[in-house]
Design a protein around this ligand. Structure first.
Ligand SMILES: CC(=O)N[C@@H]1[C@@H](OP(=O)(O)OP(=O)(O)OC[C@H]2O[C@@H](n3ccc(=O)[nH]c3=O)[C@H](O)[C@@H]2O)O[C@H](CO)[C@@H](O)[C@@H]1O
Length: 374
């Protein structure tokens, strides 16, 4: 039998992280030809991530224009040309980005089955996160295999009427990615957990403007209140984040604003943190692996598992609440310790293997059985 062609479409930093373990698991299967398509949605940040995971894209699309609209139109037509040229048997996308949606949509029109990694995350509020909530719901409507990271995500898909046999509970591949990088580079905490730095990240579109400024003022308040405590903030490259971050935080001796870190650098920064302040989806899922208490700088989260398990708190992008909770955790060692002890509710590091098993069953085992029967 000819090799089955599996295309992986992705373009942003978090997608690369979460699809890298799937790529490596599928590349190990000799019956498959796996094609990594980089849409170019993120530039430098994506290049760092691809390097971190030893991935060279097989197909690199050419990003045109700076707006999301221009990117979208051009990416869709380049993806269609690619899928017309190569006869894909399966298309894999992850999460909720424009690249993921365009990959799924193009495959749908080309009648190529779609597999969705991290399926079933929901806030059911199309404004928050925007546009991700809309994109992931639309992807779910045209997906053939839904890989749900948690029981909650699986339940959401079932409630939406998706047949149970099309949903597989896998765990989140981000835990696999962390294990991969830790095994490869021997990442471990340097010094006691309570002595670590405060790690900050913020970039979500729905917080741009006043709420993001509130968040950065809160970081400044905390830095002034705890002058011995170092604050590390890798600042997203988007000028909408860069500008207020520098305006509000430059000049504080214990605050270090740095460029985005590669994955190895970020995991080392995370394992050494006493506290994480973030609006990032991926970091909310990664922090429990290293037992880092987390304050979520959003009004709601599609990842409430960490809040329910007790290792994260939803404080919103609100200055007072952030300062109050951070102060409490920095002063109350028992409260911080209770959060550190919770194990990761998002996965066990085996998600990519489960996904690869499903792809193999669908494309190879069942196809072989059909050929024998014919
Ligand atoms: C609405 C929403 O929540 N959408 C999410 C969004 O992703 P996000 O919010 O998780 O995005 P980021 O924060 O950019 O990335 C995080 C990753 O990047 C690593 N990192 C970060 C800073 C750095 O300096 N160096 C790094 O290495 C970090 O460890 C982590 O793994 O899109 C994803 C794709 O669909 C979705 O899954 C996901 O729903």
């Amino acid at each position: 039998m000819d090799k089955r062609i599996v295309g992986i479409v992705c373009g942003t930093r978090p997608e690369i992280i979460k699809l890298a373990p799937v790529y490596h698991a599928l590349r190990g299967q000799e019956e498959l030809c796996v094609i990594w398509v980089h849409t170019g949605q993120h530039g430098d940040m994506a290049a760092d991530m691809l390097r971190s995971f030893g991935i060279t894209p097989d197909e690199q699309l050419c990003r045109k224009g700076t707006s999301l609209e221009e990117f979208s139109v051009e990416c869709r037509s380049q993806l269609d040309a690619l899928m017309a040229r190569q006869r894909w048997d399966f298309c894999i996308v992850q999460g909720d980005t424009e690249s993921a949606f365009l990959g799924a949509l193009t495959a749908f029109y080309r009648r190529i089955p779609v597999g969705h990694v991290e399926a079933g995350l929901r806030t059911y509020n199309l404004e928050r996160p925007f546009p991700e909530e809309g994109l992931r719901q639309m992807i779910s409507r045209i997906t053939n295999m839904h890989w749900a990271p948690t029981e909650r995500a699986r339940a959401a898909l079932l409630r939406e009427g998706i047949e149970p046999e099309k949903i597989v509970l896998t765990g989140n591949t981000v835990v696999d990615a962390q294990q991969w990088i830790c095994d490869k580079h021997g990442i471990r905490r340097e010094g006691p957990a309570s002595q670590g730095h405060i790690l900050v990240t913020a970039h979500r579109r729905e917080n741009w403007g006043e709420e993001m400024a509130q968040t950065f003022h809160a970081v400044a308040d905390i830095a002034r209140a705890f002058p011995q405590r170092r604050v590390l903030f890798p600042v997203h490259l988007n000028p909408v984040v860069q500008r207020p971050a520098h305006e509000i935080l430059d000049g504080l001796d214990n605050v270090k604003l740095v460029a985005p870190l590669d994955y190895l650098g970020m995991q080392q920064a995370l394992v050494n943190a006493v506290l994480l302040l973030t609006d990032s989806g991926g970091l909310q899922e990664e922090a429990p692996t290293f037992g880092v208490p987390t304050l979520v700088l959003r009004h709601e989260t599609e990842r409430p598992e960490a809040v329910e398990a007790g290792c994260a708190r939803l404080v919103g992008p609100k200055r007072d609440a952030i300062v109050r909770e951070a102060t409490r955790l920095l002063q109350d060692e028992a409260a911080a310790d209770a959060m550190r002890k919770v194990s990761n509710p998002f996965g066990d590091g085996q998600a990519a293997r489960r996904i690869a098993d499903e792809v193999m069953t669908r494309l190879v085992v069942r196809a072989d059985a059909a050929a024998i029967a014919a």
